[in-house]
Structures are given as C-alpha cells and as structure tokens.
Ligand binder design. Structure first.
Ligand code: ADP
Ligand code: MG
Length: 696
C-alpha cells in the first residue's frame, strides 16, 4: 500500500488553489492529472526579470522590470486595427505600452494617469522608440515583491498561459512533503546532490538558465532517483524469478554433438559463448531468464535450437513462439532442416490450424511424441497442453507482453519455473539494455558469421527517381527481388498508406503485374499471401510500409529501396536493410532522401559506414534521443518522467549497481534505507514488486 506520506502528491491537480476543471484538463494533456505529475513537469527556460535599467540605457530587446510614471492614453479609434497606447516615462526617456483589444476600464484602473507603476515584460526597440506590448505585470511600486525576479518557463498546452502554469506548479511544490533520504549518504556527498525536497524546489525555482539544464545537481538527483527506482524494481523481479526453483537440466550432448557435427559451418565465438552461458543457466537450480540479443543475421536460431536440444536430452519438450505466421513457418522449416537425422519430432501450431489437423497436433503434444512445438500465439491457448514443457524460446520478444510470457511459463510443470530464452534483433545501446532488460541476464551475439558480403549502401536524392527506376529494371532483368519501402507520412497511417499505394500503382504501370503491395492495414491472411508470392518469386518488387521490419527471411531478396530515408530512425533503417544481404549474392540498399540538413546527411552517412547494429543504435541515441532509437512503439523502453536517457544514461549503471548492492544487503528492504527506498518505489509507481517483499 502506498505510504501515507505520499498521499498529498497523488492528489488531483484540481485540489490546488486556482485549478478548475478547464485548467486541470489543459495541464493533464501536457503533464498529468496529479500533483506529482506537475512536479515532474520541468522548466525548459527562465524569464529573468531582474534587469531594471533607465529607459535611456535600453538599446536592444530585453526583459525588464521598470518603474515608470503613467502619462497620456491614446485609445484606439473605433473600428480601427490600431492598438490602444499608453505613454509612460522615467527621468531619462519614454516608453509606449501597447494593447490590442483591451478592456478600457481595465486599462484605466491599471494605469491611472500621473501615477507610478511597475511594469514587467519584454521591451522592444522600434526605430528608436521603446515599446512593450501587453506587459506581464502592472503593479503599484509597493507591490514589487509580487513580481518574481526569475520565472520558470514550462512546456505549455492550449488554454494554460505560462504565468498560470508557473503559478500552479509553484502551488504543487508547496504540497511536496519532506521525504526521508533513500540515497546512500556517501553518494550524495560525493556528487554534491541536494536532498529530495530541495531538489524539487531548486528544479522549479531556477535562478539561472543553468538550473534548467538536465545536468544541474537538482535535476541529476531527481533523475537518479527515478533510474534507481527503475533498477530496484527490475532487480526485485529478477531476484523473484531466481528464487523460483527451476529444473536442473544438464546437457548429455547426445543430440547437441550430433547437431553441431551436421552443421555445414563452425559456430562463431559469440554463438559459443551464448551457448555456454545458456548451458550453465539450464543446468543450474533456478529458472533461466535470459535474453539473447543479436543483430539480424547474427545466427540466433542455431543458439535457440541448441538450447532446445538440451531440454530434449532431458526427456522434456521445448517450444518456440514467434510473432507472425510467416516467421513461425520459417522457423519450422529451418529447425526441421537443421535437425535432420537427429530423431527429433518438430510440429507447428498456428491460428490457421483448425479441426482435425489441430486435434492431431494437440494429441501428439500431450502424449509427448512432439519434442519441439513451433508456433504463434496459438501455443499459449488454453487447450494447448504439453506433456512436459521445460524450455521456451520467445522470438522477437518485444512483440510479446509480460502476460504472454507468463502464460507460456505456466504451460510447464506446476511449481517449477520454466527456462526462458527471449530473443531480440533490435539492437539497443548497452546502457539502455539495463533499463529495458534489467530483469534478465543478457547474452549478446556481437559478431556475425563470416563470409557475408557487405551490403552496398548508397544515399541518393529522391529526385533522381528516374535513375532508380532504370537501375531497378536492370536488377530485375538480372533476377533480383526488391523491397521498396515507403515511410510514415506525417505520422498518419492513412497518408502513409496513400503514399505506398501511389508508389505501387506507379511501379505497376512501369513493371506490370510482378509488383506487390503489403501494408499494416491488411488482414494477416492477405499479408501472408503477398509475402508468400514474394518468397516464391512470383513478385519482383514488394512495395511495403514498414510492416516488413520484423524477421522475415527471403534470401533471394537483394535490393532494398527506402524512400524518404531521412524520416526513419537509424536503427529502423538498419532493421530494414537487414532484410537483404541474407543470401550469398551481393546486395544493395538505396536510401532515397527528400531534403537533407547537415545532421540528417551525417546520419544517413553512418549507414554507409557500418553494418553493426549496436554502433548504429549508439549513434541513433546520440543524434536523435532514446525515444527515437527504436520508435517507442516497438522498443519496450519504459517511460521516464524526469530522467532523460540521452542525458542521463551515465547514471544507469550506477543505479544498477546501487540496486543490486542494496538488495544484496537488505533483500526485504526492511532496514532504514530499505524502508525509505520503498517510498521511492511508490513515488515513481514502480511498486509492483513490493508485494513480493516481506511487509516492512
Ligand atoms: P537471426 O539472428 O537473424 O535469427 P539466423 O539464425 O536466421 O539469424 O541466421 C542467419 C543465417 O546465418 C542463417 O542462414 C544461418 O544458417 C547462418 N548462420 C548461422 N550461424 C552461422 C555460422 N556460425 N556460420 C555461418 N553461417 C551461420
Ligand atoms: Mg531469427
């Protein structure tokens, strides 16, 4: 249960003074609906009102607070577009206050002729004449302290002005309790970080532009808090999985030795490493929870199969689940091929299997005749009962949710944790791996099998389309199969589709009926159909939206054309490019750009320089930011409120070590620091693991 000390922070913003339904709805869009959300809404700039020069000294546009005497009013003539003007002066010069469509009584009471007034706002120098339109503050001199000397500037939303936003967030900071310290005192001292409440106050009451930077001490501390909460939550879950008794499965090597001997190639060093790490996990007493991270084409399938064979050597079953029908079929084909002569029974089950055929598959599964079941989500349906499932592989793991992972685990023997090997081809920078997969052990396939011909990658302007078409014609005459990718247009799926359809029709006119179209709005069956025609070679050019990103293997495809490549993240381009260069033949990738700035150009050039997904992911992180690395859509990257992964990633390993050490010393979080860390978990709503701890 949420600690009482946090209650004020979880109250609705509407409970703050001056926040009604309308404003609450506005700030909900940009920050959230609770007071807490406002605290995480950080200023991006400041307005410094401390300057108060004599009028004669103002020579450029600037923000100032002036004490002036109100002179004459120049009301706008009726029905004219001219503004209402009020002339003011000090001993050195004059300034003209400008109002468009003012309420007259308001102006007259605010600026009575002959009186002194403080005005604060932006002065503009207009051919020698000073003017200020709509001052932010107009007050009598004795109310000077009502004008903040420095005001934070927040990201805004329609219907809430900057002034109102700053005022409301200031109210929110007043509700922040003085929370007990959960950080290690030595760390705080070393980093010179303020305590939590001071950090909140400092972050929202910046005194200089520096205070609004993500590397200011207050912001660093708050970011570290959040990353620590994230790591702590993952570590609690990891320890929980480890606690579960698994099945100790020592490999007998009866199958695996034969399997390796049959392979037409040697395993790479990275594959051997991964296999040995997996072997240790499986032989160990607790359940395996390992991620196999490897670029497209790095050879994950062999590693997965090796692991499944260990289960079979222990008279158990294994399963491999893939996100799409096509992928499942490809796995089925390649696993069947690789296990020739081993006497291993492999079956496939997808949504397409119905009636008698499905019944037969289920019978063989429950009797134990089937050793490996390959399939889609169909594998975790209720009536799919295994004889003795002990090992499961999840391919393209980010395409599956936690529930699906759990459902698969639940298919094993009762009370025993299943060995799980999750696989992903999405390269994530090392630092971010911890925030996404911190609850798993990670094996990386950092090298590719030898003998690959590099993909010839070229960057070209889209207005050279004629040349591209000519080259395409030549390639087809030489038997090439071509992917032609059209990107998201302005984030709209409808326009996106329209662009792809248009290109499809255009290419169809030129190349006739050997052109296909595949996109996200098509039914699974239609997609499979087109894809199968491409695989079979009945289509030469496959026009696609980004749906082809995931794992499909068409070794004969040797050309990848990507329109408006500048709109993609590098990692996304890398994934797309990975669709070609899979067979022996030389492959080409054409990155066509619309318009290019200098950074965009250097981004695309990285694609020409390397095919290493991890390097590309790191560059992407540097150039575009974490959200863009993979497209948040498919990354599984957790959402952070204060921490910004581009700026704060150095804190992640620190937080990880911190979390591990703390739980090592105080596994139930019951000591003084432990109890305070529980508050931290609730503060960042990462408390799902707390229920596994003994109540503190
Ligand atoms: P991915 O990691 O993308 O799933 P795959 O497992 O599909 O990669 O492997 C890609 C290709 O590389 C396959 O054709 C596979 O047979 C081949 N391969 C895998 N390991 C090796 C190796 N050690 N040496 C040579 N080729 C390999
Ligand atoms: Mg694969």
């Amino acid at each position: 249960m949420r600690p009482e000390i946090l209650f004020p922070l979880f109250a609705e913003t509407e409970t703050l003074p001056g926040v009604g339904k309308r404003i609450a709805a506005g700030i909900e869009k940009v920050a959230g609906s609770r007071i807490l959300d406002l605290l995480w809404h950080m200023p991006v700039d400041i307005i410094d009102r401390r300057a108060g020069p004599d009028l004669i000294d103002i020579t450029f546009d600037q923000i100032v607070t002036l004490e002036v005497t109100v002179g004459g009013h120049d009301p706008a003539p009726a029905k004219s577009k001219k503004p209402y003007r009020v002339w003011c002066h000090d001993d050195t010069g004059t300034i003209c206050l400008v109002f468009f469509h003012p309420r007259k009584d308001y102006i007259l009471t605010q600026l009575p002729e002959g009186e002194k007034r403080l005005i604060s706002g932006k002065v503009e120098v207009y051919s020698g004449q000073l003017q200020m339109s709509h001052p932010d503050y107009i007050l009598p001199p004795e109310k000077r302290n009502e004008i903040p000397s420095v005001e934070p500037v927040y990201p805004l939303t329609a219907g809430v002005s900057g002034k109102v936003m700053a005022r409301i967030i200031n109210e929110a900071t007043k509700k922040a309790p003085n929370l007990p310290e959960w950080l290690d005192p030595a760390l705080i001292k070393r980093e010179r970080w303020p305590d939590w409440i001071s950090s909140i106050n400092k972050a929202h009451h910046p005194e200089s532009k520096d205070d609004t930077y993500s590397n200011s001490p207050a912001r660093l501390r708050l970011a570290y808090d959040e990353l620590l909460a994230n790591q702590l939550a993952l570590e609690i879950m990891r320890r929980q999985t480890k606690k579960k008794k698994g099945r100790a499965m020592e490999g007998t090597h009866i199958l695996t030795d034969k399997f390796l001997a049959n392979l037409p190639y040697q395993l790479t060093g990275a594959q051997k490493n991964a296999i040995s790490e997996i072997g240790k996990d499986m032989a160990g007493p607790s359940a395996m929870m390992r991620l196999l991270q490897g670029d497209v084409g790095s050879g994950k399938t062999v590693v997965a199969l090796y692991s499944m064979l260990i289960a079979i050597e222990n008279n158990a079953q294994a399963a491999i689940i893939a996100p799409t029908e096509i992928l499942a079929r490809q796995h089925f084909a390649s696993l069947t091929d690789m296990t020739k002569g081993l006497g291993v029974n492999i079956a496939i089950l997808t949504g397409r299997d119905k009636g008698k055929a499905r019944q037969k598959i289920l019978e063989d599964l429950v009797s134990g005749k089937t050793d490996i079941l390959v399939g889609t989500h169909a594998l975790i349906q209720k009536d799919v009962i295994y004889h003795d499932l002990a090992m499961a592989v999840i391919d393209e793991q980010h395409r599956f949710g936690v529930e699906q992972r759990m459902a698969l685990s639940a298919k094993g023997a009762k009370g025993i944790g299943m060995d799980i090997l999750a696989m992903t081809a999405t390269p994530i920078p090392r630092t971010l791996t911890l925030t996404v997969y911190g609850d798993m052990d990670v094996s990386r396939l950092y090298e590719k099998p030898p003998g690959r011909t590099p993909i010839d990658t070229r960057v070209m302007a889209l207005n050279r389309l004629e040349e591209v078409i000519t080259a395409t014609r030549r390639a087809i005459e030489n038997g090439a199969r071509i992917y032609w990718v059209c990107p998201l247009v302005e984030e709209s799926e409808v326009l996106d589709l329209a662009a792809a359809e248009e290109r499809f029709r255009h290419l169809e006119q030129i190349f006739g009926h050997r052109v296909g179209l595949i996109h996200g709005k098509m039914k699974v069956k239609e997609k499979d159909e087109v894809m199968n025609r491409f695989i079979a070679g009945n289509i030469d050019i496959l026009v696609a939206t980004t749906v082809i990103e995931v794992g499909v293997d068409v070794p004969e495809a040797t050309v990848m054309i990507i329109e408006h490549a500048e709109r993609f993240g590098l990692s996304q381009l890398h994934q797309l490019r990975g669709r070609v260069g899979r067979g022996g033949a030389k492959s080409t990738c054409l990155l066509l750009y619309g318009t290019l700035g200098a950074t965009a150009k250097s981004r695309l050039n990285i694609m020409r320089q390397t095919e290493d997904g991890f390097i590309i992911a790191e560059e992407d992180l540097k150039l575009r930011g974490a959200g863009e690395v993979l497209g948040t859509r498919q990354s599984g990257l957790p959402k952070f409120r204060v921490a910004c992964l581009e700026d704060h990633h150095k804190l992640i390993p620190m937080a990880r070590d911190d979390a591990r050490l703390v739980l090592e010393k105080d596994p139930e979080l019951s000591g003084v620091r432990g109890k305070n860390l529980r508050i931290l978990l609730y503060l960042f709503e990462r408390d799902e693991g707390v229920k596994y701890l003994k109540s503190g």
